[in-house]
Design a protein around this ligand. Structure first.
Ligand code: C2E
Ligand code: MG
Ligand code: MG
Length: 653
């Protein structure tokens, strides 16, 4: 038969190109990548065998020597060919991140090997029986009946993969899923073509086309890799961790945080810093390699690396982590610079230690802060009883729970006027009571809510709750001018902030002048245009503003002069040092300066009568001094009803 060899040659070229490309890309040590390389390698061998065979039988030559070459070619074709679909099974498990479903199932592993062995033994048996195929000295090719076993083994793998693809289809996005299924019609079509027109050796070309689709859609490293560090990127990490949790796949995560990454970036400059990060990837994977610890390495931005190992044996991870810790303490050379890193390492098992994605993510991004004191490798499991640590790590869930179950409520701290000698307003302060962890102070959960975006939901809650409260009490009868509440930096940049507040004021039927909004952090640094627009619009609508925490650095003189704030709240840190003569000068001058600007002054955190007395001494000299005081001396923040009762009681007196 005069076969046409060119299809196979084209197929071989395509397969070789992809194989070389994948090997060159290999630093990620990704399992699916490795399996794909194996799959390509057996396909390449098979294509070479096929080409040798086709070349021989189409050459018109004959004789024993040529027959040996043709036979060798056919064996080289058959034996690896049987493995292509075998590796496809493995590839599906690996690329769907369900490798453990295969590896931990002895029956499946046994079955996989059994099919391999049956296929290979059948092929080898042909040496003696010639029941699979035969190529005589005339170089004519005959099939034997045992070739059926051979087809069967390939068919078994194909069915197996199909079942896996169907069963775990939700593990891949639609384009990947479609591509993984597409291999079937493509390969089938090529087999049918080759069967009907034996001259056209379309089989290998079909495979090469399927591989091309793979490379274009499924195995695109640029989607998975972080280009600067050469590690896998954060998106890949997120989707891998999520799917591991979903499939209950046990994994160990090692988080390695370069705490001083910001300093290094400044010290090294952008270019060299990029080089340093890349060096770090190689360095870390080198250590894992040295310990034979099979991991994928990820870069999660901001100096945070992660190892993910398909192992929940923490004892394998510990020596690696300790070695990294040791090694990172040494000075490193990056380009022309000597570099000292400050690293924190945390080990966590999923799902054993943590089975919630958000918890893992918070842990990864905060453990170096939460556990700043721990210089050794941190084993998450050992800190499960540390309440503060757990609160920080579960804060996302805690806040969600609180919003859902109504575990948030407002307290009101009365504000005392030294001029009028009575309470004239109050600050609304949020409280959170969690069923699991009890009361959690806003100083803990507000900054974390800012970081994870839940602050908007909290802000809306506060807004509704406080405005509703004002609408329910008779604020004039209680002798209160307004209720103050805190606006966080993230709220100040909400584009619909003004509408939200104004609509609610309308809805609740209250006066704009009954509320006062406290501003703190430099939200203007994030987006000055929006903050200014929001504040001025609200101000023009008659809403008061106060500047909170003045003197802490978050609220500075620029804010006082640029924003329409009627009141400035001196931070507790001022009064804490009231006995320090230097500080006293600062307090007096600050008050004098703010007075001159026409601001109303409130002193926060007044705890003792001495402090209050000392502050009112300023009175005489400086135009009524600090007329407003807030602090435990007067009253702690109280729940709604107690607050109203507290004020009513003072009215009667
Ligand atoms: P802040 O706005 O400066 O509120 C004053 C804090 O000082 C309150 O703490 C209050 O309970 C506390 N305090 C009042 N008098 C004294 C005193 O005499 N001594 C001491 N040691 N503390 C006193 P709290 O309620 O724990 O709130 C802490 C911070 O959390 C607040 O500081 C504010 O920045 C934030 N926060 C509280 N509620 C909210 C809210 O509804 N929304 C937003 N965005 N932030 C809030
Ligand atoms: Mg405040
Ligand atoms: Mg304050």
């Amino acid at each position: 038969m005069n076969y046409i060899v060119s299809f196979d040659v084209v197929a071989l070229v395509i397969l070789l190109i992809f194989m070389i490309y994948l090997i060159a890309q290999r630093q990620t040590r990704d399992r699916s990548n490795s399996i794909l390389i194996l799959m390509l390698a057996v396909s390449v061998l098979s294509a070479i065998g096929e080409i040798v065979f086709v070349a021989m039988v189409s050459s018109g030559l004959s004789g024993h020597g040529f027959s040996i070459v043709a036979n060798a070619g056919k064996y080289l074709y058959f034996m690896p060919h049987n493995m292509i679909f075998g590796f496809y099974v493995l590839y599906t498990y690996a690329s769907f991140d369900i490798w453990h479903k295969f590896r931990n199932n002895r029956i499946l592993v046994g079955l996989w090997w059994a099919i391999v062995i049956i296929g290979q033994v059948t092929a080898l048996s042909n040496l003696f029986t010639h029941k699979v195929f035969e190529i005589g000295d005339d170089l004519v090719y005959h099939r034997g009946y045992l070739i059926g076993i051979f087809y069967m083994s390939g068919f078994c793998y194909a069915v197996w993969t199909f079942i896996v693809l169907l069963r775990y289809r939700e593990m891949a996005n639609s384009s990947r899923r479609v591509t993984l299924f597409l291999i079937y019609p493509i390969v089938l079509t090529s087999i049918v073509i080759q069967y009907i027109f034996p001259r056209y050796r379309a089989n290998m070309l079909g495979l090469a086309i399927a591989f091309t689709l793979f490379m274009l859609v499924v195995q695109r490293s640029e989607y998975q890799k972080d280009l600067i560090t050469g590690a896998m990127n954060i998106d890949t990490a997120i989707s891998r961790i999520k799917s591991a949790l979903k499939m209950e796949k046990p994994v160990t995560l090692t988080f390695i945080k370069i705490v001083n990454h910001g300093n290094l970036q400044m010290y090294l400059g952008q270019d060299e810093y990029a080089g340093f990060l890349h060096m770090m990837t190689d360095f870390l994977s080198g250590i894992a390699h040295k310990h034979n610890y099979p991991v994928d390495i990820y870069y999660l931005n901001n100096g945070l690396y992660a190892f993910m190992a398909d192992e929940d044996d923490i004892n394998l991870a510990i020596p690696v982590a300790e070695d990294i810790k040791e090694s990172l303490m040494q000075e490193m050379i990056s380009g022309e610079f000597a570099v000292r890193t400050d690293a924190r390492i945390c080990l966590v098992r999923c799902p054993e230690d943590v089975d919630e994605f958000s918890t893992i993510f918070t842990l990864a991004t905060t453990f170096h802060d939460t556990m700043a004191d721990y210089k050794d490798v941190i084993l998450y499991a050992e800190h499960k009883n540390d309440r503060n640590f757990m609160i920080r790590n579960e804060i996302g869930d805690i806040i969600d729970r609180a919003l859902e179950q109504g575990n948030l409520y407002m307290c009101y701290q009365p504000i005392f006027s030294t001029l009028e000698n009575r309470f004239v307003s109050a600050e609304a302060l949020i409280r959170l009571h969690d069923d699991k962890y009890g009361d959690i102070p806003p100083g803990v959960f507000i900054p974390m809510a800012e970081a994870n975006g839940r602050i908007h939901a909290i802000g809306d809650f506060v807004l509704h709750n406080v405005l509703d409260f004002i609408s329910r009490i008779d604020i004039d009868r209680l002798g209160l001018r307004y209720i103050e509440f805190n606006l966080s930096a993230s709220q100040c940049i909400e584009v619909d902030l003004v509408d939200k507040i104004m609509n609610l004021i309308d809805e609740k039927g209250i006066r704009p002048s009954n509320i006062s909004l406290e501003l703190t952090e430099n939200a203007a640094d994030i987006n000055p245009a929006i903050v200014d627009a929001n504040v001025w619009k609200l101000h023009d609508a008659g809403i008061r503003f106060a500047l909170d925490d003045y003197g802490t650095g978050y609220s500075n003189i620029k804010r006082v002069t640029s924003l329409p704030v009627a009141q400035v709240k001196l931070d507790k840190s001022f009064v804490d040092e009231i006995d320090n003569p230097q500080m006293w000068i600062v307090i007096e001058d600050t008050i004098a300066m703010l007075k001159e600007m026409g601001k109303e002054i409130l002193v926060e955190g007044v705890e003792t009568a001495e402090t209050a007395g000392k502050l009112s001494e300023i009175d005489a000299d400086l135009l009524q001094g600090c007329e407003l005081m807030q602090g435990f001396l007067f009253c702690r923040p109280l729940p709604e009803e107690e607050f109203v009762k507290f004020i009513e009681d003072r009215l009667e007196n």
